[in-house]
Design a protein around this ligand. Structure first.
Ligand SMILES: C[S@@+](CC[C@H](N)C(=O)[O-])C[C@H]1O[C@@H](n2cnc3c(N)ncnc32)[C@H](O)[C@@H]1O
Length: 337
């Protein structure tokens, strides 16, 4: 699981974020982006999680004909990326949206929702810049308003959840999204405490978690706030629902020969990607038939064996790459494998 407070994405670097598995992403996506022309002319890459634009910049710089459509739900990330990518002029289109709004973003950018792009990249989770902005409430080590919204214009904050959901709904969130053993106990204590005064800051919640989690578990289970903060962040931003809808939309958007790469940093997201990809590479011919039915062949082939990890050198220089799981697919035409 990603742990914001021990996450080196918060280390200051150029533009505040070091792109993970950058060379591997380039290696996997370039064949799809150069199949019309070696300089990328005629190809469209969607960066569904633009962030600071580190991955995007590399693709635009190495492929001078490439067009990039960059999405992010966080307007401040889009502003940083806009400045970084300004030199590429009209080859770049930026769209403020959740990635499950991909089809609409493509339509606004002059592409169709189906078979119109050559590459899609997802680099999931939060960026170093988001963690560094203490006032956004992602990090339990920094006292801040209990917010955690990736898009500050979206309606639901972490404080809304903590102060209004009933104990059962709270426990469900902590258990499902944080895999927190003490979910029920924490939820009950939250409900008792907020009857006296609502939670307003991350420090309020961290103090309660220190009380709610028994001392022996606190000594062995990592920081007591780690799992609860992850769970709230996932719930506030509907991270899993958004990904569940976005992956099929991204697969539909790929033209034959197009490729998709996804980098996931926690098991719940990686599980969604793994399942969607397994479905995409499966034949739709009923298993009892001896031959493949025309039109029922797999639409995709896998480019990775299971999930790929960062090597020791990258993890040492950028520890934020330690939990990454990379998976990639290629869209195939009828009769291809
Ligand atoms: C790990 S960062 C991407 C970093 C980027 N690859 C780079 O090299 O700078 C992830 C970005 O995805 C964005 N994001 C997370 N969930 C999103 C969603 N559902 N829709 C759109 N953007 C999302 C975050 O706001 C963040 O800026």
């Amino acid at each position: 699981m990603t742990d914001p407070d021990s996450d080196p994405r918060s280390a200051p670097t150029d533009f505040g974020h070091v792109p993970v598995l950058l060379d591997r992403c380039v290696e996997l996506l370039t064949p799809a982006l150069t199949r019309h022309h070696p300089d990328g002319s005629g190809a469209v890459l969607v960066d569904a999680t633009l962030g600071a634009g580190g991955h995007a910049e590399r693709f635009l710089a190495t492929l001078p004909g490439l067009r990039l459509i960059g999405l992010d739900r966080d307007p401040s990330a889009l502003e940083i990326a806009r400045g970084r990518l300004v030199r590429f002029g009209d080859r770049v289109t930026l769209v403020h949206t959740r990635y499950d709004g991909l089809a609409l973003a493509l339509a606004e950018s002059g592409c169709t929702a189906s078979e119109s792009v050559d590459g899609v990249l997802f680099d999931l989770g939060v960026s170093s810049m988001q963690l560094d902005q203490a006032e956004r409430g992602f990090a339990y080590a920094k006292d801040a308003p209990l917010d955690m919204r990736m898009d500050p214009s979206s309606p639901l904050t972490a404080a809304d959840i903590v102060n209004t959901y009933d104990a059962r709904a709270l426990a469900d969130i902590l258990q499902r999204y944080g895999e927190e053993r003490f979910a029920r106990r924490i939820a009950e204590q939250i409900v008792r405490r907020r009857a006296r005064a609502p939670f307003t800051s991350t420090a309020d919640l961290v103090a309660l978690l220190y009380e709610a989690i028994p001392a022996p578990a606190r000594r062995t289970g990592g920081h007591p706030a780690k799992r609860t903060f992850q769970a709230l962040r996932i719930a506030v931003n509907d991270e899993l629902g958004s990904l569940r809808d976005a992956i099929p939309a991204a697969l539909d958007a790929l033209a034959v020969g197009g490729r998709i790469v996804v980098l996931a940093y926690q098991s719940l997201e990686d599980r969604i990607v793994k399942r969607a990809f397994a479905d995409a590479v499966a034949s739709r011919t009923p298993p009892e038939l001896p031959v493949e039915l025309p039109g029922h062949e797999p639409r995709f082939r896998s480019l990775t064996h299971g999930a790929e990890r960062a090597d020791a050198t990258e993890v040492e220089s950028n520890p934020r790459s330690a939990p990454v799981r990379l998976r990639a697919l290629q869209r195939v035409g009828t009769g291809e494998r």
